[in-house]
Write a protein that binds this ligand. Structure first.
Ligand SMILES: *[C@@H]1O[C@H](CO)[C@@H](O)[C@H](O)[C@H]1NC(C)=O
Ligand SMILES: *[C@@H]1O[C@H](CO)[C@@H](O)[C@H](O)[C@H]1NC(C)=O
Length: 333
């Protein structure tokens, strides 16, 4: 009798394990396994449907709160090696696990030291969509998200992602234009090696910190991972300048497929979760337009009316715009 019970229990455990294995493969960005259903596919992902502090969001410039106590983001300078994967849902770069020199992320709004873990690539099949976060309803053609986990409280990403203060998401908006980001080319040159689901390609000596745009201005809010299980454990930091990718690189990215070589299915692009309601969360920023005209008073004041406004972005930038590196997403109204 005992033996039977044990056998049945073992069988149940094995089959549950099988199902959860396939669940991880099951979700998509459209149809009956798309974002509206993530929370129903797997009970562990219920926050995807029930959560009220979800990501991504649309940033409304006139509701931004200037916070004089926000510090600069600290991002370790050294290079990382890892592997670029086509997961069938996204293009993901994961850092080498046993690397001696991990990249620390700290400062900014972060109360803890985080360890860089992975990069997610979100992009559109057309230029007018792709990014997950929006700025005043404007959607960039792509968004690169650098995820780190709280190294002071947790052992690894899988433990941290569903625990309090577990994750940081650094968001870089991607604009099509020249001159392009040189460091990004280390990754873009591998796009043709990861066309099908399950393919991967090693990338060595990636200078992560050089991927970041040349600004310390950012927006920050508390939200979730933008992929299942949508755990509300993420501090988001969105830099105030995009990085640039060429038309050719974008073309190569759009050739990636969701399926295998035998059944390629649809292109991988348009892998963006729709924006989620803010539900009375505050988006803070360290952008201080009054610095120059401040004059006599150095008193930081959270309630100073900054009148932020979103930049009107042309479809595509070219060399004609000489000061392209100076273009910011938010400027004084
Ligand atoms: C990251 O932080 C840990 C713990 O403080 C430290 O041992 C390590 O040297 C840091 N990495 C770098 C590159 O500074
Ligand atoms: C993550 O850390 C937890 C707790 O130490 C451990 O049980 C788990 O096996 C680790 N997972 C991975 C993928 O390393």
């Amino acid at each position: 009798m005992r033996r039977w019970a044990l056998l049945i229990l073992t069988l149940i455990c094995v089959s549950v394990k099988d199902i959860s294995g396939s669940w991880e493969e099951w979700w998509t960005y459209d149809g009956i396994s798309g974002p509206g259903f993530w929370g129903l596919i797997n009970p562990q992902w219920s926050m995807c449907n029930k959560g009220r502090r979800q990501s991504p969001i649309n940033v409304e410039p006139d509701k931004l709160l200037f916070d004089p106590w926000l510090r600069d983001i600290q991002f370790d300078k050294h290079k990382v090696s890892g592997v670029l994967h086509n997961t069938g849902q996204s293009l993901v770069f994961r850092v080498e696990k046993d690397s001696k020199h991990q990249v620390n992320i700290s400062g900014g709004p972060l109360s803890y030291r985080y360890q860089f873990e992975e990069i997610y690539f979100h992009y559109g099949l057309e230029d007018n969509r792709g990014a997950e976060h929006q700025i005043d309803k404007h959607t960039f053609p792509g968004e690169i998200q650098l995820y780190g986990f709280n190294k002071e409280l947790y052992h690894n990403m899988s433990e941290a992602q569903h625990k309090s203060q577990g994750v940081v998401g650094i968001s870089l908006m991607v604009q099509i234009g020249e001159p392009t980001n040189k460091e990004l080319r280390l990754i873009t040159s591998a796009f043709n090696k990861v066309i099908y689901r399950g393919s991967s390609f090693p990338i060595k000596h990636l200078p992560l910190s050089s991927l970041l745009p040349s600004t310390q201005q950012y927006l920050t809010y508390e939200g979730s991972t933008t992929h299942p299980g949508c755990w509300e454990t993420a501090v988001w930091v969105i830099f105030n300048k995009p990085i640039y990718i060429s038309k050719q690189e974008m073309y190569a990215l759009r050739r990636l497929m969701q399926g295998s070589q035998l059944t390629p299915k649809a292109p991988l692009g348009n892998n963006a979760r729709p924006v989620q309601p803010l539900h009375y969360r505050t988006v803070r920023t360290n952008i201080n337009f009054n610095k120059i005209s401040q004059g006599t008073s150095n008193c930081p004041d959270m309630y100073r009316n900054m009148h932020y406004t979103a930049t009107q972005w042309p479809r595509e930038h070219s060399m004609r715009y000489r000061s392209i590196e100076d273009l910011e997403m938010l400027s004084p109204a």
